[in-house]
Design a protein around this ligand. Structure first.
Ligand SMILES: *Cc1c(COP(=O)(O)O)cnc(C)c1O
Length: 358
């Protein structure tokens, strides 16, 4: 096999090589069955075990309390933007914090199902920080936030106190990257393709009392209760994606779990931010105190230099450094599976480019 490039794509994103190799090994014959999982029934004992083990491993890793259900859904995190208000807003009021592109998409969908109060927004500051002065509605059905804005590269370090109002978070681009107190949230959701596996499944962690609020007259597939009551096996689930998520979780356990991962992630991000802060050539776009450890966004002295930087980076084997098309600039997505050595190599490349172009 050829040398793997440095994969800095925002998503679908880098997977651990070990996980890919294990999947390759299992591809033609899983567990001595002589069958590929790709051609096996989702009602087979083999898949039942994968489904259960994957959920159990996530529960262990994130220390998810027993009063939460873990669901594997389809439609991406984007479907959750609509499913959440469909199940829980129902003509009432909900508070949303507007931190950027993903929070904005969630707000757009929620408006179809009730009243949205934007409790805080950093739009005026180009979404370069997490808004501080939040105005919550006492009778809100829930509060929604995006814990890590993949495009702007900002994250919540501390989560707001919402009392009895359920707190719901989109953690797509940072789930399992740092220790989180799950009991602070009524619901957490995350598309798998950033930090958990390939695309095709969305993990939903939902407190069981919330399930009691789901209206009976919703279409079957869009009710959380349908999936909770059927162990996410009401219809055919994306079995291979869920199997891959299971492998990633086993890899995380082997690496020492979430706290150990967080330590490495903090170190990787600090290396990159410290280098940029010291030189002044590369300018981080996120407010220092709200910087994401997963998505590092930065600019060069000019757009012309950015173009050149991206082209040369690609030639040198650093893929996916282009910022999201809506904001431009550059972004290094350094998820769990992106190694420390990759960050070192990136910094060495950035130093060389700077020396040649300033
Ligand atoms: C990628 C992303 C999404 C969208 O995920 P899909 O699975 O493509 O729907 C939503 N929220 C955040 C924070 C993301 O990073």
């Amino acid at each position: 096999m050829g040398k793997r490039p440095h994969n800095l794509y925002a998503g679908p994103a880098i997977l651990p090589l070990e996980v890919l190799e294990e999947a390759r090994h299992d591809l033609l014959d899983i567990g001595g069955t002589g069958l590929s999982l790709l051609e096996s029934s989702h009602r087979s004992p083999l898949y039942a075990e994968i489904n259960e083990t994957t959920a159990n491993d996530l529960r262990t890793l994130l220390e998810i309390p027993e009063n939460y259900s873990i669901l594997f859904l389809q439609g991406g995190a984007s479907l959750q933007f609509g499913m959440i208000p469909m199940n829980f807003l129902c003509g009432g009021v909900a508070d949303y914090v507007d931190t950027g592109a993903w929070a904005g998409k969630a707000i757009k969908e929620a408006k179809l199902f009730g009243t949205v109060n934007v409790a805080g927004s950093s739009k005026a500051e180009n979404y370069s920080r997490i808004p501080r002065d939040l105005k919550f509605t006492p009778e809100a059905r829930y509060v929604h936030l995006c814990s890590n804005e993949t495009i702007g590269g900002i994250r919540w370090n501390d989560f707001p106190e919402t009392g009895d109002v359920p707190l719901i978070a989109d953690m797509s681009s940072e789930i399992c990257s740092r220790v989180i107190d799950v009991s602070r949230f009524a619901m957490i959701y995350a598309g798998a393709q950033k930090n958990l596996g390939p695309s095709g499944v969305t993990v939903v962690i939902i407190r069981k009392d919330l399930l009691e609020k789901v209206p009976a007259d919703l279409t079957t597939m869009l009710k959380y209760t349908t999936h909770a009551e059927n162990d996410s096996n009401y219809n055919t689930p994306p079995v291979f994606t869920i199997y891959m998520v299971g492998l990633v979780l086993k890899w995380l356990k082997k690496r020492g779990g979430i706290a150990a991962m967080e330590e490495v992630n903090d170190r990787k991000a600090a290396m990159l931010y410290d280098f940029m802060d010291a030189g002044g050539y590369y300018r981080g776009t996120a407010a220092t105190e709200d910087r994401s450890t997963m998505n590092v966004t930065f600019r060069l002295p000019s757009e012309e230099l950015e173009k050149k930087f991206l082209a040369e980076a690609k030639n040198a084997g650093f893929l996916g450094l282009k910022g999201h098309r809506s904001v431009g600039g550059c972004r290094a997505s350094i998820y769990n599976a992106f190694p420390v050595e990759g960050v070192e190599a990136l910094i060495a490349f950035m130093k060389r480019f700077q020396a040649d172009n300033s």
